[in-house]
Design a protein. Sequence first.
Length: 187
Amino acid sequence: MSQAPELRTTSLLSLVGRSWWVVLLYGLIAIGFGLIAIVRPLSAAAGLAWAIGVMALVEGLVSLFAVFSGNSGAPRGWALVYALASIGFGALAVINPLVTAKVLVLLLAIWLILAGVYRIVFAIRVRRQIEGEWLLIVSGLLAIVLGVMMFGNPLGGVAVTTLWIGIGSLIYGVLQVVVAFRLRKLR
């Protein structure tokens, strides 16, 4: 026989309330990372790139094992290309994480420039159909300027991007801590 809906809800709330410390831990880790990213953005960027490199290496090795065991779930050629690309990227990110972060910022810079040009062209093409197309043009120009700045100084782009990630992580962490203490009351 199943439990009444209110009994199941109470059990779930109690379970969530007893796990409040997990949410608190996530919040404290996010706050710690956010502070490091704000105080030492290049170190945090290198740490992030290194961690992503380790994950890529592990995924590449697991994928390579799957290729040779015949359990990749994808065509063998594609799975092999993916495995080798993951291992290559992972190795580069682990060996030189700051250079990897700079390369990723250069790719972001190129994308921003292309996106800016696209917005401007789009705004010009639809200027008779929409009102306020100048806002699209301004956003396109800002994207181009940001892209050129990041392309001109990739290390500065890494630092600024990491600062924004750090600020977001700090806000996320504080919110998680607040939620954790609210969940604690449900025990």
